[in-house]
Design a binder for this molecule. Structure first.
Ligand SMILES: O=C(COP(=O)(O)O)N(O)CCCCOP(=O)(O)O
Ligand SMILES: [Ca+2]
Ligand code: NA
Ligand SMILES: [Zn+2]
Length: 313
């Protein structure tokens, strides 16, 4: 069934587990996400960035948003696990409104690079609009460090969430779930030294807001996948993610939505490189993504179990 993201996350927050939020840009990732959800009996949160919407719609924003809603609902309306579609990192009003108009379950307004009062004002406006038509809202406090396409934030501006600000922010904006920056970053090259998240801030944000919380930049970048891809020509020197143990701890302290994109991308490209190296004669697009899809599906199923949302559908 096609549901509101808030429904999935409120339950997760009550029961202290988390749900992976899985980014898609094409049909193949959607297919394996749905299969994984059905096999693990897990709730599914699918999300698309603004870049994904541009990509799917050949630059036409409303067409891209509509395409994703129709693709996701074609699956969601025909299966018995809850499925939600979320706009990830909505930074531009045009994309947020297109997602709402197209029928997304929820939208993120990411105004976290602006000063607090500005972020609050912008977020409040989006919440009023979205809530008026039953769409739930995610917002972000603090800044991620790192680069992922157009999700680029200057390193020196990196600032972790201020827990006292979080309480005021949630109170004044009415936002449904919050992404507090606690030390992660987007992409495959996280952390300067050892992987470390600021759990002290996380616990405070949870206690002060009592809202479902979102961890961005949460991919683990499993080394076996990095090695496999490199065996077939990839160059992922220095790739590093969030270790599973740290993710589990984040869930214990109140994280309920775990944004995962890089791990899916790495698994897909490792599988693609391996398949193409071993099948020089293959050119059927229903065949040459086979290994990629198997690897992505396994990453998703493992993460559903790690976050304890398996059998929670
Ligand atoms: O927090 C995350 C995922 O973090 P991860 O990189 O650790 O998987 N996300 O919000 C996903 C970011 C997707 C950005 O994609 P574009 O390239 O389309 O802009
Ligand atoms: Ca941000
Ligand atoms: Na998001
Ligand atoms: Zn993110």
């Amino acid at each position: 069934a096609y549901v509101n993201t808030k429904e999935i996350l409120e339950k997760a927050s009550q029961e202290f587990y988390a749900v992976p939020a899985l980014n898609i840009n094409n049909l193949e990732f959607l297919q394996v996400i749905i299969e994984a959800g059905l096999e693990e009996r897990a709730p599914v949160i699918i999300e698309t960035s603004e870049g994904a919407i541009k990509y799917a719609g050949n630059g036409n924003i409303l067409r891209g948003a509509k395409l994703f809603v129709d693709m996701v609902r074609a699956y969601a309306d025909t299966i018995d696990i809850p499925v939600a579609l979320h706009l990830d990192h909505g930074k531009h009003f045009e994309f947020i409104m297109a997602a709402i108009k197209a029928g997304y379950s929820s939208v993120m307004i990411d105004a976290s690079e602006y000063p607090f009062e500005e972020n609050l004002k912008i977020t409040k406006k989006i919440v009023e609009i979205a809530h008026s038509v039953g769409v739930s809202v995610e917002a972000e406090l603090g800044r991620l460090v790192g680069i992922e396409d157009n999700v680029i934030v200057e390193e020196h501006e990196a600032a972790l969430v201020d827990p006292d600000e979080a309480a005021e922010f949630v109170e004044k904006t009415g936002v449904d779930f919050l992404a507090p920056a606690i030390g992660t970053s987007h992409g495959a090259f996280k952390f300067k030294g050892a992987a470390k998240l600021d759990f002290d801030r996380l616990k405070k944000v949870k206690n002060l807001t009592n809202k479902p919380l979102v961890l961005h930049g949460a991919s683990s970048v499993p080394q076996e996948i990095v090695k496999l891809a490199e065996e077939y020509g990839a160059n992922f020197k220095g790739a590093k993610g969030v270790p599973s143990e740290i993710l589990k701890e984040a869930v214990r302290y109140g994280i309920n939505k775990v944004n995962t994109d890089t791990d899916l991308r790495m698994a897909f490209v490792a599988g693609l490189r391996e398949f193409l190296a071993g099948n020089p004669a293959e050119f059927d697009p229903r065949k040459y993504f086979k290994t990629s899809k198997e690897y992505v599906k396994k990453v998703i199923k493992d993460r559903m179990r790690l976050l304890d949302c398996a059998n929670k559908a």
